[in-house]
Design a protein around this ligand. Sequence first.
Ligand code: FPP
Length: 247
Amino acid sequence: MARKKASDVAVPSGPQANHVAIIMDGNGRWATNRGWPRLVGHRRGAERVREIVQACPSLGVRWLTIYAFSTENWKRSTEEVIGLMSLFGRYIEKEADKLSAQGVRLRFIGGRARLEPRLQDLMAAIEVRTAPNTLLNLTVAINYGGRDELARAAVRMAGDVAAGRLALEDAGEAALAARLDTADMPDPDLVIRTSGEMRTSNFLPWQAAYAEYEFTPTLWPDFTRDNLAAILDRFAGRERRFGGAKA
Ligand code: FPP
């Protein structure tokens, strides 16, 4: 199947969110409310990921970044952690063909060293395989924490200064941003958190410094394309000033 590209998709006119980042919260409650194990909620959550990924290009979203597992999520039960890790592996294996055909470029952010070697291999392989795709940039944050990312970037920058690759006077914002996991990505325009929680939970603290936020009570397994479209409509009505004065 031919890879899709941006010019194949009709996009509505008006101000758009080029990069949407989502904190997919509420899988556990969705399952518990039904008397089901939490992992059932995560599986249903993965189905929502599929639907939202498919919807993004026609809604004008070219970058989608989703928070799948935080550096703090290791505190969950062993059963849940193992279940989530195997869900990620299965998602990558099962979706590889479809994502490629849809024109989706898949990348990962977060520390990889703590992940199973097999999962690391799957992640690296799909990043290479989907690298030519341009319709949608899907970034999955796994073992991601903003503070961890910033600390790793700071260590890299210090190492470069110590090794003489970077002058101390050049060790500023741009140099740090270039050493983040998101180095070649645009900043998110809009961060959405589902499930009614009003927290940012260590998600893209540097990159989302000027993002707009939307908090919706909908639990992630219930979040549909229409929910996303309604949020994007509201976003189009917002005035973004990036610290400047009202026009
Ligand atoms: C937060 O809900 C959700 C997670 C920690 C996992 C997110 C993972 C998925 C949506 C699975 C699929 C992802 C991919 C990339 C295939 P929670 O468990 O904290 O919910 P709760 O607050 O109701 O307990």
